[in-house]
Design a protein around this ligand. Sequence first.
Ligand code: AP5
Length: 311
Amino acid sequence: MLSELGAMASLSNVYLSPKSQYPSSFSSAISPCKSVCLVSPKTASDFQLKGVSMNLDLFVIRGNHHGRAWKCGVQLVPIMAVQKSEPLKIMIAGAPASGKGTQCELITKKYGLVHIAAGDLLRAEVAQGTANGKKAKEYMEKGMLVPDEIVVTMVKERLLQQDAQEKGWLLDGYPRSLSQATALENLQIRPDLFILLDVPDEILVERVIGRRLDPVTGKIYHLKYSPPETQEIANRLTQRFDDTEEKVKLRLKTHHQNVEAVLSIYEEVIIKVKGDLPKETVFADIDAALSVVLESKAKPISAAMATSVTQ
Ligand code: AP5
């Protein structure tokens, strides 16, 4: 156990969970290890320890419970360590206008993840008039997937940037084909959770046609479901070049041709969320799922109970 403790030296907290018979109030010291410090016991069976000595294998707690002095020895065989959570890695998918971008705004606001949207990266290339942008636009106009030779490297490079590695990432609209998913698998890039927004096709066309974007803030609006807050914002809203009824039907067809293959790669981490409800309700479902993932990522890496208690 001690060697295991040594291996945990970099962990932020070490929790000791002794048997439950300790009195709930403490007044006194811990010996023999001065480097162990007992901090505000929350319950009789839950003490938080800071600065656990790497040489510690036994210590004694002395206390006072309703005027009665007590002491007990605890052998540190059982230690529970909690590691600082790794950043979240999330993918979000769904048909055109299923609400991916809208939910990403809400997720990043709460969880601070780096939002990486394949469509946004491509539109930036188109706007800059690069060679890749010109080629990508031909496909985007037709509602087709942009070839892998453009998209795969672009997304991979963005994912590997420092901010995404440190804060965690939220990958929106990628991967969209088996070959893209396989490329990520080969790099051992896997999500903790794959969110699939489920919206009936008949709703999507209306969402696309009514969508407007604020070029100043990047915020997504809908003329009916999420109108701009002020006339000033309304006046500057723009529409995407592929947001026509004709093009969204082509995009939808492409989506249906590819989605099952992508889902087959991530079936162990998929959560299907009903996306035809108000955006706040959709977010509440996503939020609940993300909380569970976060909690599981912070799980103790070693858990056991204290032994050899004497009183
Ligand atoms: P991309 O930009 O990713 O477009 P998309 O997948 O068609 O998705 P959208 O951005 O249209 O919709 P969204 O789901 O984000 O919905 P939003 O939140 O805006 O891709 C564009 C093109 O790029 C592709 O066609 C392809 O050519 C290319 N491309 C992209 N990724 C690629 C890849 N991996 N490989 C190859 N090519 C790729 O919401 C839509 C509207 O609905 C908004 O007005 C919003 O206000 C409203 N709304 C949202 N949620 C709700 C709600 N709950 N209730 C009512 N209204 C709502």
